[in-house]
Design a protein around this ligand. Structure first.
Ligand code: 9Z3
Length: 358
């Protein structure tokens, strides 16, 4: 039996994985944008952070109708990106398409529709003109100014991904392109990356069918192994006898190893996140990740408390440090978006500075 990717060395798994997929269509364009962005900031001797944000998907079909998604709204990544910009970093924001973005996140959340911030101008001369409601003027002006500043000074590059394979290709390319930055590069990996996937070789080409189709019409709608559990004959059969779908997923290779050891520039800093739901596992899993990949920091968080508390796991003392937003500050901001712990937020609360050379 052929070895699975998780049984191979990281370098071997890399070559098998990346050979199995065609590179994403947008990759050359994203690489060109990133190259120009990085050149600009190398020239300015500015620190550049790659922030990853949002969840990756795992398609069940090559022509994808169904997919498995990973939890993440993109709040952590988008919020942290704003703080990094405030600290003087240029930000490459590698995000799940349509997830929250820096600055616009204040007004784009579904419970926070931008229309609620607008009104028709009250004066007769301005009648019909749309304006921002008085109570939101100050906050929106502040957000707008920061957004404009980042845009006009070319400090924020937005690059979208959807699938876990796209994410991997983008991460690898961007890390390699960031090499000229050396110690001015920081990786802040907040994206929620799928742990399991269907290898391309086992993926159905077309939409997986829940009922048998005549063999001469079937151009590849079978999930690998689906025949084994087929119980139905045709559409007239009782519901209980229609086809089941059993999905058999392989572990996604852990490319953090390759990022730290191969792709990222020497001297750069790598921060990863660990998401758990069982409080008893969080510190153990975060510490294991740090030991396994030998990077600089793992920020652990629990699904249920992620907006208020995180734990920093570091290779040196203090090894484990909890950072909590005080109860009094767990209020909603004026725009209705909850504040949450981000890296820079943590810096403010603790007076520590996290930078590549810190
Ligand atoms: C996180 O733990 C993020 O903090 C959240 C943020 C996804 C919880 P939201 O976007 O949520 O604010 O709604 N990310 C998980 C990072 C992850 O999946 N890490 C992988 C791993 O540990 C790869 S580095 O294996």
């Amino acid at each position: 039996m052929a070895a699975t990717l998780s049984e191979m060395s990281p370098a071997e798994a890399e070559s098998v994985y990346f050979n199995e997929y065609p590179p994403p269509k947008n990759l050359p364009n994203h690489e060109a944008l990133a190259r120009a962005f990085i050149d600009l900031h190398v020239e300015a001797n500015r620190r550049v952070v790659l922030v990853t944000s949002g969840g990756t998907t795992v398609p069940l079909e090559a022509q994808t109708v169904r997919f498995i998604d990973n939890f993440s709204a993109g709040t952590r990544g988008a919020t942290s990106a704003e703080y990094f910009l405030e600290q003087g970093y240029a930000v490459i924001f590698l995000h799940r398409q349509y997830s929250l973005l820096p600055y616009s996140r204040h007004y784009s959340h579904s419970t926070n529709c931008f229309l609620d911030f607008m009104d028709e101008a009250p004066s007769t001369s301005d009648q019909g003109r749309i304006v921002v409601r008085d109570e939101y003027q100050k906050e929106m002006r502040d957000v707008l100014r920061k957004y404009r500043y980042a845009k006009q000074n070319n400090l924020l590059l937005l690059l979208p991904f959807t699938t876990v394979a796209e994410y991997m290709f983008e991460l690898r390319s961007l890390a390699k392109l960031m090499r000229p930055l050396g110690a001015n590069a920081l990786f802040y990996l907040a994206a929620a990356v799928s742990d399991f996937f269907i290898p391309r070789s086992r993926m159905a080409e077309h939409k997986i069918q829940s009922m048998e189709v005549p063999a001469h019409l079937d151009k590849g709608s079978k999930a690998a192994g689906q025949d084994d559990i087929y119980t139905g004959e045709n559409e007239d059969q009782p519901q209980s006898q229609r086809k089941k779908l059993v999905i058999n997923l392989d572990p996604v290779p852990k490319f953090l190893h390759r990022l730290v050891d191969g792709w990222a520039p020497d001297g750069s800093m790598v921060v990863s996140f660990k998401l758990e739901t069982d409080p008893g596992l969080l510190v153990y899993k975060s510490r294991t990740a740090l030991q396994r990949y030998s990077h600089h920091l793992v920020i652990g968080n629990l699904l249920s408390t992620r907006k208020w508390e995180v734990v920093f796991i570091t290779p040196d003392a203090p090894y484990e440090r909890w950072i909590r937003v005080p109860k009094s500050r767990r209020s909603k901001s004026i725009s209705g978006v909850e504040d949450q712990v981000g890296l820079a937020e943590a810096q403010k609360l603790n007076g520590s500075v996290l930078a590549p050379d810190a």
